[in-house]
Design a protein around this ligand. Sequence first.
Ligand SMILES: C[S@@+](CC[C@H](N)C(=O)[O-])C[C@H]1O[C@@H](n2cnc3c(N)ncnc32)[C@H](O)[C@@H]1O
Length: 206
Amino acid sequence: MSFDNKSHWEGIYAIKKPAEVSWYQTDPAISLELIASTGVGYADKIIDVGGGASVLADKLLNQGFQNLAVLDISAKALDYAKERLGSRATAVKWMVADVTEFKSSEKYNLWHDRAVFHFLTDKSDRKKYIQNMDKALNPSGHVIIATFSINGPLKCSGLDVERYSPEKMKVELGRTFEFIKSVDEGHMTPAGKEQKFTYFYFRKIG
Ligand SMILES: C[S@@+](CC[C@H](N)C(=O)[O-])C[C@H]1O[C@@H](n2cnc3c(N)ncnc32)[C@H](O)[C@@H]1O
């Protein structure tokens, strides 16, 4: 039987609480710093792709951002985030979808992805992701993608990942996106292991 990505992720969130997964963060500090550095306004549209149960949406709501969307392949992951936010969850647009199949009905000013793109080990899936991202972004839209670093782990959640350096990510995103900067992070997992991440900030050209 072929691999079912949705079942895989629903299965993970069925057995693990948000604070038990290796990618858990109490403070998505680098994401918040990079988002602030883009200069996006509180009314601008921001999408967190593969946001899962991350607290990024909570933190952005706290800061005053009003047009947030979170997309994830796992409904269970989004349920965790919605439960945590309580009545504030209605201020966020929640979408259960596979990012490689995502045809956005809206245009966003900022696309954020921490630890989703690196699961796309097939070139055709990466191509679909980048096309969908391009179509979902306004001209000059901001892109923040965090992956395992080029010397980071080979697997996450039992799945193979593709690791990136700035040079490799530039080739991947192609000429439609201008590289602005990258930031390295040593992420400490709840089990106390360090994982090397790199955050890439690009801007859509035109
Ligand atoms: C490693 S977790 C990162 C979660 C979150 N971004 C964070 O930093 O806490 C990867 C997330 O991507 C979701 N995911 C995996 N493949 C996906 C896909 N093809 N489309 C949308 N979401 C996906 C998973 O359900 C999971 O919530």
